[in-house]
Unconditional design. Structure first.
Length: 273
């Protein structure tokens, strides 16, 4: 259970949609709606420096697999959003693309991917624990999805990959030295959370949430959890240092494939009793 977060005065940060960026929040905070639904968690420093170093180290092994910036493409690979054409890229990884009309993005013969999964075991357990703390029902339902996939005889060719996939999130996006423009993430559920994690040597990134009218200092080691479908969001470019971003998320199609319902909102009061 959680202890209640202290109330903070947000008026100094709230601005009209057309106003210039004002105050930037640096403290941890939680936002709920009038029905007590938790809309957003912002948790700076939740990942220790040693854990950040471990994440950076294992991500180095993925850099050869990152999709490099391109010209005149969608924003996810558009070169203008990357700090460097030579040292940047993005990679989407999932053992269950089959439920989303894609081939599996992992293969048993992909040695560097499997090494990344093994080396990320502790980090993924921490991610799972964080989700279990702030959205217990989503954690339970996603765990049930994994169990159901492992007994589905129609996808036995993927069981080895699913066993190696140690996070309850069904998909991970890895981004290196990339600015994220304002957008929403489609094909998600509004009551679910994406988990945004950032590590690196940078100091100046800002997470912007215009629907809430706030900006937050997105320091290395920060985790932010919110629905990427519900909240339009962006992460600014960094001027100096290295920036590695992880986004953990789930697709309703995988839940539907496993015949698990998407569940409901988490209420803040249920976490504090």
């Amino acid at each position: 259970m959680l202890q209640g977060f202290p109330l903070i005065e947000l008026s100094q940060y709230l601005l009209p949609a057309d106003a210039a960026r004002g105050g930037v929040i640096t403290n941890p905070f939680v936002i709920t709606d009038i029905k007590d639904h938790v809309i957003l968690w912002f948790l700076p420093g939740v990942f220790t420096p040693s854990r950040q170093d471990a994440i950076r180290k294992v991500t180095d092994g993925l850099k050869s697999a990152l999709s490099k910036p391109k010209q005149a493409t969608g924003w996810r690979t558009d070169a203008s959003y990357y700090k460097s054409d030579d040292d940047g890229g993005v990679l989407n990884v999932s053992p269950a693309w089959h439920a989303q009309a894609h081939e599996a993005s992992l293969t048993s013969g992909c040695a560097y991917m499997r090494q990344w999964l093994r080396d990320s075991k502790t980090s993924f357990k921490l991610v799972n624990g964080l989700l279990a703390t702030v959205h217990p029902e989503l954690h339970r339902r996603s765990s049930a999805v994994r169990k159901q996939l492992l007994v589905d005889e129609e996808i036995t060719n993927l069981h080895e990959l699913i066993k190696a996939w140690l996070t309850v999130f069904t998909t991970i996006s890895v981004m290196h030295n990339k600015e994220t423009p304002f957008h929403r993430d489609s094909k998600l559920a509004p009551q679910w959370y994406n988990l945004f994690l950032s590590v690196g040597s940078y100091t100046d990134a800002i997470l912007e949430l215009p629907a809430l009218g706030i900006c937050a200092h997105y320091m290395p080691g920060t985790a932010a959890l919110f629905s990427g479908l519900l909240l339009r969001h962006a992460v600014s470019a960094v001027n100096q240092g290295d920036c590695i971003g992880y986004v953990f998320y789930m697709h309703p199609s995988v839940f539907h494939f496993a015949s698990i319902s998407v569940g409901k909102w988490v209420e803040y009061s249920s976490l504090c009793t």
